[in-house]
Design a protein around this ligand. Structure first.
Ligand code: ATP
Length: 580
């Protein structure tokens, strides 16, 4: 951590140089009021204080206090604004990293944990470079200058005797340091887990209520909070122990200093004025030592948070190093005996997948639930590492040779779970193509059969859809997602079970619109409803990760396999519904 903080400090030499110099000046100035007090007391004891010198002492006293105040404000403000800048740079960097990482990373890290890294961990690290730096510079310069002043202006012997308990305190703090580090990490991880629970609860509150599990969940949450409390208590015990040891040793230092000063006064080696300033110095020195013990806390939090942020910034999503080849159109997609296993999976999910898809064609992918349909399309999106067994080629070249960014720009993906942003309907659609004009937006809405819905909305495209689209229906969410994909006029459009929440009539209208507007582009439609792929050029039937049937819809019907049986069942269901 110190290396990273040092790199940042070196990048801003002016701010940190200014803060250090002003902190040293402030420590020096802090001694002036004490010297004045010492001289004033000695003059009173010696009955040599005149009216003029009293005003002089008071004047210097007030000016020095004002100067200390101004100098402190300058260096503290400089330091803290630098610390905020550090935090915002770190947040930007972490956010950029999060955007660059892919699915396997997000399967490893939970949302609550990532949120804690982006918020409190960044704050604690910022504290280390702001408040921590302030504690180190001010307390060290303060302690050193007080010690020098004690030795020079009072008594070096008394200074030595009373500093010994404070050195012992420093040693005890050092011993407790390591233990506190483990406790901090424990405590922080528990808070991150708790954030996860809260996020899940907020997402699932309706299901919890519907299943009458509110009390049960509350109990579980209480258990989790108790665990967090327990860990926090352990930490409090250690921090409390440090505090009590500090109090005892600081008291001891004062007592020893006082006793020894009394002895020195008796011996004529110390004046009353020196005794009073000595006590004030001792109080100030204890303050500096207290401040230094606070560094333990800031440093501990900082190191734990640094580890967490470093883990995020150096995280890998285990995807092969990104290819560099440019690609601006998709003429052909080929899967050649492709086998795939999820990084965390125990068996292969795709087995010897073999097919070709040419520009302008529509491919339907059907099959039982859990058979591997989504896994197959996810390979085109490069969400997981490409397997070494078999190959996926685009325009005759291996998919992994292309730049992921280029590829993403060519694909319009409508996933099963619709990810919408808590903005307006229009914003969500334009998200697909920020440059799109109103004509393009309306065309996309038309193709997604969403025009009538927009007209019914209170503020049309400006209607807010709430968090994750809570205020619109499932079918509407699906159509907003489809419009968002269509507006970018992608070379390849992938609909992954994206029409499941719309009725059969709307579904066939959307499929027909897509056929019309995307005549020279390629489409992949994953579905459970065979009517959605009735017009497809090719259909693959997947079972247990393998293609068990492939051909045009008519060929599949003729072969009287799974597709035929499924088709007949669904036809019967439609007829039954029509009769009802
Ligand atoms: N991220 C993952 N890690 C490990 N295994 C996974 C992962 N995602 C899916 N699987 C497994 O891969 C298999 C295929 O899942 P997939 O989602 O591709 O099926 P599907 O045919 O799209 O199902 P559905 O029609 O229900 O959407 C399932 O057994 C699933 O449990």
């Amino acid at each position: 951590m110190l290396k990273t903080l040092w790199v940042y400090i070196k990048k801003h030499p002016f701010a940190y140089g200014l803060a250090t110099v002003f902190a040293i000046i402030s420590s020096g100035l802090t001694l002036v009021p004490n010297l004045i007090i010492q001289q004033l007391v000695d003059a009173i004891v010696a009955s040599s204080l005149s009216k003029e010198s009293l005003w002089q002492y008071l004047g210097i006293f007030l000016v020095s206090i004002l100067c200390i105040y101004i100098v402190d404000v300058i260096w503290v403000v400089t330091l803290f604004s630098q610390s905020f800048r550090f935090q915002s740079e770190l947040r930007r960097k972490s956010y950029q990293k999060l955007l660059s990482l892919r699915t396997p990373f997000y399967e490893r890290f939970r949302s609550g944990d990532l949120m804690t890294r982006m918020t409190s961990d960044v704050d604690y690290l910022g504290d280390a470079i702001g408040y921590g730096f302030m504690l180190i510079v001010s307390n060290i310069t303060w302690a050193v200058s007080i010690l020098i002043a004690m030795i020079v202006t009072t008594s070096w012997k008394a200074a030595l005797v009373s500093v010994l308990p404070l050195i012992l305190f420093g040693y005890i703090v050092f011993l407790l340091w390591r233990k506190v580090d483990v406790l901090y990490e424990d405590n922080r991880d528990n808070v991150a887990k708790l954030s996860n629970e809260v996020l899940e609860m907020v997402d699932g509150v309706r299901v919890m209520r519907a299943y009458g599990k509110k009390e049960l969940e509350q109990e579980r949450f209480q258990k989790r909070t108790s665990e967090v409390l327990q860990k926090a208590n352990n930490l409090v015990v250690y921090n409390g122990a440090i505090g009590q040891v500090a109090k005892f040793l600081i008291g001891l230092s004062t007592a020893v200093g006082l006793a020894f000063s009394g002895y020195l006064i008796n011996q004529g080696q110390m004046t009353i004025g020196q005794l009073i300033t000595f006590q004030i110095y001792l109080g100030m020195l204890s303050g500096a030592v207290w401040g230094l013990s606070d560094i333990v806390l800031v440093y501990q939090q900082g190191t734990v948070s640094f580890r967490k942020i470093d883990e995020l910034l150096t995280a890998d999503d285990s995807l092969e190093k990104v290819g560099q080849d440019e690609i601006n159109k998709i003429d052909q997609i080929e899967f050649k005996d492709y086998v795939f296993q999820y990084p965390t999976g125990e068996t292969t999910t795709l087995k010897k997948i073999d097919f070709e898809l040419n520009r302008g064609e529509t491919l339907g992918i059907v099959g039982k639930t859990g058979s591997g349909k989504t896994t197959l399309v996810r390979q085109l999106l490069r969400q997981y590492p490409i397997s070494e067994t078999g190959a996926i080629r685009i325009n005759g070249r291996l998919i992994q040779d292309y730049s992921i960014r280029d590829l993403e720009g060519l694909i319009g993906y409508v996933p099963q779970e619709h990810i919408l942003f808590s903005k307006t309907v229009g914003h969500n659609i334009r998200f697909g193509n920020r440059q799109a004009d109103d004509t393009a937006v309306n065309a996309a809405i038309d193709s997604a059969d969403f025009t009538k819905d927009v007209a019914r909305m209170s503020e049309g495209l400006e209607t807010l859809i709430g968090e994750k689209g809570v205020s619109i229906s499932g079918g509407q969410k699906q159509r907003v997602s489809i419009a968002r994909a269509l507006i970018r006029e992608p070379e390849l459009l992938i609909l992954d079970d994206s029409l499941s929440a719309v009725d059969a009539k709307t579904e066939s209208a959307i499929i027909e619109n897509i056929r019309q507007v995307r005549q020279d582009k390629t489409n992949v439609i994953v579905t459970h409803r065979l009517s959605a792929v009735a017009q497809a050029d090719k259909v693959l039937v997947i079972e247990d990760g393998q293609i068990i049937e492939a051909g045009t819809p008519q060929e599949l019907l003729d072969s009287k396999g799974w597709y035929y049986e499924q088709y007949m069942t669904q036809q019967m269901e439609v007829e039954e519904n029509e009769t009802i």
